[in-house]
Design a binder for this molecule. Structure first.
Ligand code: PMP
Length: 361
């Protein structure tokens, strides 16, 4: 089977084993005589899938008992609005740490709903780094601090979470959730659209502290309130059943591959292969991110000029390497190497980078 080396930024590669399983189960899921998509979301068969996805998330992320895990729709983008709707009170200020276009978009929504400030930003250097903790201005009076743990477009990632702020921290983890273990207890709320590390698009995972739920004002519409979904086990209305089934299968795949420790080891190996190719190219390939802020998930780099960038991308495509074009705000190339992208795909890209430089360097 000719599977592409899929470096798409999202929707992105899914594990072949997960797709095979879905194929096998498609027409007759667990002897129901129908696919998961055709089951009632109130059936016991679907309920098992739903609860398994939630319990695997709890297990893999070591979710403490005082947190809730919910599965929503509307993508990470709806969370940009739901967070301030539910948690930004009129007399308070929400603090946004800007590390890329997605944090800017999150801030834009919060500004519609209330007062905001920017606790730190690396915009001045085209978001090539994560600010140092000492640069970040957090006030215990801020209603919350929002950050983006991995910046999909610029290829930067928070290297660790050493902060100890007395302010609830809310994080967009869309492009690096489950890529490595995280200290979840440092966050009051995390969220992620599924289409990078979790499954197909259409499902959004939100994990939040139960104590936050008491703060939700009465005048928020039902579907946009977090407590609607916590109270109903994410079954207030019809959930994206097939997406959640795929999420469950992806989570099982992660568990079978060593959980988050296993993912981190594999992801570091993959990222090292590509960053080494950049670092050993004598400047032919120029990485966008500062070394200390490099992402395990999105490797961004430029060739010496636009013409070479284009030629590189075209020739890569001929070799079945897909999705390597960089976002227009950085230009050049971006290899998205989410959990499901194989070490072999990274080696194939590395080999091509070396060969291309030999010919054009
Ligand atoms: N945040 C980040 C970090 C992202 O990478 C993306 C999607 N590329 C989004 C938010 C937006 O996600 P969605 O399309 O699910 O709304």
């Amino acid at each position: 089977m000719n599977r592409a080396h899929n470096f798409n930024a999202g929707p992105a590669a899914l594990p072949a084993e997960v797709l095979e399983k879905a194929k096998e189960e498609l027409l007759n899921f667990e002897e129901t005589g129908m696919s998961v998509m055709e089951l009632s979301h109130r059936s016991k068969e679907y309920d098992n899938v739903h609860n398994k996805a939630i319990s695997l998330l709890k297990e893999l992320l070591n979710v403490p008992d005082d947190y809730e895990v919910i599965l929503l729709q509307g993508g990470a983008s709806l969370q940009f609005s739901m967070i301030p709707m539910n948690f930004l009170k009129s007399e308070e200020t929400a603090n946004y740490i800007l590390t890329g276009s997605w944090s800017e978009k999150a801030l834009k929504e919060a500004k519609i709903l209330g007062e905001t400030k920017t606790g730190a930003s690396s915009k001045e250097t085209n978001y090539d780094r994560i600010p140092e903790l000492s640069e970040i201005d957090v006030d215990p009076k801020d209603s919350y601090v929002h950050l983006t743990t991995n910046n999909t477009i610029f290829g930067t990632q928070w290297p660790s979470f050493e902060f100890d702020w007395d302010t609830p921290v809310m994080a967009d983890m869309s492009s690096d959730i489950l890529c490595r273990p995280i200290p979840l207890e440092k966050f009051s709320l995390i969220y992620a659209g599924a289409q990078k590390n979790l499954g197909p698009s259409g499902v959004t995972v939100v994990i939040l502290k139960k104590s936050l739920l008491e703060k939700i004002p009465d005048d928020i519409p039902t579907l946009l309130r977090y407590d609607t979904h916590t109270k109903s086990n994410s079954l207030y209305h019809t959930p994206p059943t097939f997406g959640i089934y795929m999420l469950k299968n992806v989570l099982e795949w992660i568990q079978e591959h060593g959980g988050l420790e296993g993912m981190e080891k594999r992801n570091k190996e993959k990222a090292d292969i590509l960053y080494k190719a950049i670092d050993e190219s004598d400047g032919f390939y120029k990485g966008h991110a500062d070394k200390d802020s490099r992402s395990l998930m999105n490797v961004t780099f430029n060739l010496p000029n636009d013409e070479l960038n284009k030629l590189f991308l075209n020739q890569a495509k001929e070799r079945n390497m897909i999705g390597l074009n960089g976002h227009r705000s950085v230009g050049g190339c971006r290899a998205s190497i989410y959990n499901a992208v194989s070490i072999e795909s990274c080696k194939a890209l590395r080999d091509f980078m070396v060969e291309f430089q030999q010919q054009h360097g």
